[in-house]
Design a protein around this ligand. Structure first.
Ligand SMILES: Nc1ncnc2c1ncn2[C@@H]1O[C@H](COP(=O)(O)O)[C@@H](OP(=O)(O)O)[C@H]1O
Ligand SMILES: [Mg+2]
Length: 252
């Protein structure tokens, strides 16, 4: 049987290729529409569900685009997938979107792949961690459509540059690729938005946690996982300290 990470990479890559074709073939008047978003979500989901059923029939699945059940709560292996992360950007004909395929096994993320079809790249949790350097001026990857006040304040306090882009996977990948030093998100998200990105980021030697420093936990009954930090390990303490003081001030 193909190794789980190689399998995750193949699925993310093939789903990405399928989505690129859909994006390229979309007539101009469909750009930005619900129809194009739905077609991308649906076709990628259909492909991933079929492949997982064929090649990993005993495993459970948690997907943004499928009905959720309770079977995964008793399962030892759960594939956590986001068939199209950055649906808005995909529909606008942009490159900042991703396909996420992660495997959660007995309490922890075991494998992950993030396809970046717009860059013709797939990042995986295989490989050795990198040696990270301390950056000079911090660059924070943030949502291009919904950066929260907390993140804006954090950037101001750290004199950091905000680098806006779509998709959680694309932003975490920007940190892995050295285009940003941190991805800080608050305000809402689900397990499928971060599972594969976090698996890939950790394998590269990056730090990842909730914004208050608690561990990121996956395969919960409620998959809502509203915030996270993925960053250069050398700035994690400083970043979490700043976030903590902002949260404390807000609570007063
Ligand atoms: N406040 C919120 N509540 C729920 N999901 C959110 C959210 N903010 C961001 N997300 C999800 O996180 C992903 C990245 O968002 P953004 O590009 O704004 O950073 C998107 O996934 P999808 O495109 O899969 O829906 C988006 O839906
Ligand atoms: Mg998503």
């Amino acid at each position: 049987m193909v190794h789980d990470t190689a399998f995750a990479a193949r699925l993310a890559s093939d789903a990405g290729r399928l989505l690129r074709r859909i994006q390229r073939d979309a007539p101009p008047d469909e750009l930005g529409t619900r129809e194009l978003k739905d077609r991308g979500d649906r076709e990628s989901q259909r492909f991933l569900a079929r492949e997982l059923a064929e090649h990993r029939p005993d495993d459970a699945i948690l997907s943004e685009e499928a009905e959720d059940g309770t079977a995964r709560l008793r399962a030892e292996r759960v594939w956590i997938v986001d068939p199209l992360d950055g649906t808005r950007e995909f529909s606008e004909g942009r490159d900042d979107w991703a396909v996420h395929v992660a495997l959660w096994e007995r309490g922890a993320l075991a494998s992950g792949a993030v396809a970046l079809p717009g860059l013709d790249a797939v990042l995986t949790s295989d490989g050795d961690p990198r040696l990270w350097q301390r950056p000079e001026r911090l660059r924070l990857a943030v949502s291009r459509t919904r950066a929260t006040p907390l993140v804006q304040r954090l950037a101001a306090e750290l004199d950091a540059e905000l680098v806006p882009m779509g998709s959680a996977g694309f932003k975490a990948a920007a940190v892995v690729r050295g285009e940003a030093d941190a991805y800080v998100h608050t305000g809402g998200q689900y397990e499928w938005d971060s599972a594969a990105p976090v698996a890939v980021a950790r394998a590269a030697g990056l730090f990842a946690s909730r914004v208050d420093g608690r561990p990121l936990e996956y395969n919960n009954a409620n998959p809502y996982l509203p915030d996270l930090v993925v960053c250069n390990p050398l700035i994690a303490d400083e970043l979490l300290g700043r976030v903590a003081s902002i949260l404390e001030e807000d609570a007063r």
